[in-house]
Design a protein around this ligand. Structure first.
Ligand code: SF4
Length: 386
């Protein structure tokens, strides 16, 4: 059953609602729904944040001491999802500085995936044979405290220049083996429709390009960005895949539901890349609910990432065992569509390595003893090979 009202939708037992708007309750609808208004009113300072939530001593300390390391930026929409009093609120953990950010450990790295090491030109990482990562901006509407690219995101000195974009186009043109382009950043949706249209038009004119993937967290932090005009523009460039980044069911609001619907109606296939974050989503029940909500929003759960070894995010890291345990609780207990792949993005640039619970109990000759999700054992006999 699906039931829709002006600001909520119910799909089966799942409800997507519009939350109250905290200090922005009196804001005219027209402004609230305007993504540029949301961008311009971002919460960036300690004083502004204190008006929205009751900050803990730890958050105040982290705000002050992390100021020169990584910017704060929170859209009114995302800030309105924060619990005013609960420091453990998952939205707060992801957007307000935490004391854990001030710690560094010997294993921490500025660029754990060695993205700079595989850069033939400043906007491109070319690691795998047939695809490239193309950085088109280093801005984002919300600066996620767990960001793996803290080294360059939010740093105005690392902004992508026109000359660098042009060099990236020339590189892609000169490499016919590239068929798939991941358009990333920062968040590419921080650019205007006009600029994105120019980039996509230019890339689409290259004969060997087959698909684009847009990596964006705007569906989560600024769903107002997905306007009808933006969707019309994307339709010209299909096939376009969208990889987004929901981490908690609380982020699955009515506004996010509508943004995903618009993109899906425009022909985009949407996948979600969750990062496993301690205190946010390191719980099988939360992951199950998140994945069910995503499917109802027409978003396919794609990956769960083990948290990278980036500097200042160690407080978010769980054990790898926690990730495997989550998969153990999903596989078989819910439909395969709600089962993303758990991966460790190998430090040093080794790529994504999938990890699964052990389902092979033993192998004797042609007989494989396997266990299912209920821990029951079954024997599969391979054909005799000639
Ligand atoms: S949206 Fe992505 S790139 Fe931007 S701060 Fe968040 S995790 Fe980093």
């Amino acid at each position: 059953m699906k039931k829709e009202t002006e600001n909520s939708v119910q799909v089966g037992r799942l409800k997507f609602i519009s939350h109250s708007r905290n200090i922005w309750e009196e804001t005219p609808e027209e402004d609230w729904n305007n993504w540029m208004w949301q961008q311009s009113k971002r919460v960036k300072t300690l004083q502004a944040c204190e008006k929205v939530i009751n900050l803990s001593e730890g958050e105040v300390k982290a705000f002050k001491e992390s100021a020169d390391k990584f910017n704060v930026g929170i859209t009114p929409y995302y800030a309105s999802l924060m619990d005013k009093d609960d420091v453990n609120c998952p939205i707060r953990q992801q957007s307000v500085p935490q004391v854990g950010e001030l710690l560094t450990f010997p294993e921490d790295m500025a660029d754990p995936l060695n993205e700079e090491g595989d850069m033939p030109t400043p906007c491109i990482t070319h690691r795998y044979p047939d695809r490239v990562l193309f950085y088109v901006t280093h801005n984002c509407p919300v600066y996620c405290r767990h960001c793996t690219r803290k080294r360059k995101v939010a740093d105005p000195s690392s902004a992508t220049m026109t000359k660098q974009l042009e060099d990236a186009f020339l590189y892609i043109e000169a490499h016919p083996e590239i068929r798939d382009i991941v358009i990333s950043g920062g968040d590419p949706l921080s650019l205007s429709d006009k600029k994105l249209d120019m980039i996509l038009t230019r890339l689409r004119s290259i004969p060997h390009i087959e698909i684009f993937r847009l990596g964006t967290r705007n569906l989560v932090t600024l769903p107002q960005r997905v306007t009808d005009e933006f969707c019309e523009m994307l339709k010209k460039h299909q096939p376009v895949y969208v990889n987004t980044h929901f981490n908690h069911p609380k982020e699955c609001t009515y506004e996010a539901y509508i943004a995903c619907k618009k993109l899906a109606d425009a022909g985009c296939v949407i996948g979600n890349q969750t990062v496993l974050l301690k205190g946010v989503n390191d719980d099988p029940k939360i992951m199950m609910e998140l994945n069910h909500k995503l499917l109802a929003m027409r978003v396919r759960p794609y990956y769960i990432y083990q948290c990278d070894l980036s500097e200042g995010i160690s407080h978010f890291r769980t054990s790898i065992e926690d990730g495997i345990n989550i998969i153990e609780h999903l596989r078989g207990h819910t439909s395969g569509l709600a089962n993303p792949t758990f991966v460790v993005d190998a430090p040093g640039g080794g790529g994504k390595i999938p990890l699964l619970p052990e389902y092979l109990v033993k192998k004797e000759g042609r007989k494989y003893t396997l266990r299912n999700y209920e821990n029951k054992e079954f024997v599969y006999t391979e054909p005799e090979l000639k």
